[in-house]
Design a protein around this ligand. Structure first.
Ligand SMILES: [Zn+2]
Length: 242
């Protein structure tokens, strides 16, 4: 029985490591997804600002075209004014010039406003592009590290599962069944050390009579409280595997 107990202690240590490695590996896909999400969010933001900038630049081009047309109209009206042969023609050309000047003033004011918007948006797009490029570069590096860690952890787990199977093969079949059953029912921990008369997993005191029996180590016992298999933590004979 004592040999069996020693095997279980080693198995328990292996299962603990396997559990920890599994957790380390299994959080990685989530972190990779977070990286992608952060990149996509910034990318969408950048695209939205770029679209806004494109629209404002289009509006600036439209206004510049309008201003050019007004100026051409003004030049024609001025020519007509110079060559006017009647008061009527003169007045008509003069009215068109006044109208054209008003229109040009209005267009220029709008242009000024739009140019300010273009400037502000260009600045924003520039900042976002820099932030985006920085994030992409940092993500790329972090992604590579995470993928490497995933791969390494996964290989280590595969290797350890092989070792565990080998070890489990040496444990008595019924005992192994019990161990695995408890492990699944009790958060992955089937074996508990009892130190100074207390179960170190559930922290309940083992009745003195049972603790005495446990110290004899001639049978596999269970914690009366958490039902895990227990062993005496201070046993000299277990020192080498603990
Ligand atoms: Zn317990």
């Amino acid at each position: 029985m004592f040999d069996q107990l020693r095997l279980l202690v080693r198995l328990q240590a292996m299962d603990k490591t396997l559990f920890d490695l599994g957790q380390e590996r299994d959080v990685i896909p989530g972190r990779l997804a977070d990286l992608t999400q952060a990149e996509q969010a910034l990318h969408s933001k950048l695209e939205a600002q770029q679209l806004q900038l494109d629209q404002v630049q289009k509006r600036r081009a439209d206004l510049e075209e309008i201003a050019d047309n007004v100026r051409a109209r003004l030049r024609r009206a001025e020519n007509r004014l110079m060559g006017s042969k009647s008061t009527k023609e003169y007045q008509a050309a003069n009215a068109e010039i006044d109208d054209g000047k008003d229109s040009l003033k209005d267009t220029d004011n709008q242009l000024l406003e739009v140019m300010e918007q273009v400037e502000a948006l260009e600045k924003k797009v520039g900042e976002l592009t820099a932030r985006h490029d920085e994030l992409v570069a940092a993500s790329k590096e972090e992604r590579a590290q995470l993928e490497e860690r995933y791969h390494n952890t996964d290989s280590e787990i595969s290797r350890m599962i092989g070792n565990r199977e080998e070890l489990a093969g040496q444990v008595d079949k019924d005992l192994m069944k019990e161990y695995d059953f408890i492990r699944q029912a009790r958060d992955g921990v089937a074996l508990a050390a009892v130190s100074e008369g207390t179960c170190t997993v559930c922290h309940m005191t083992i009745p003195p009579q049972q603790f005495n029996e446990l110290q004899r180590m001639d049978k596999i016992m269970s914690c009366p409280s958490c039902r895990r298999l227990i062993y005496w933590a201070e046993a000299e004979q277990l020192k080498e595997v603990l």
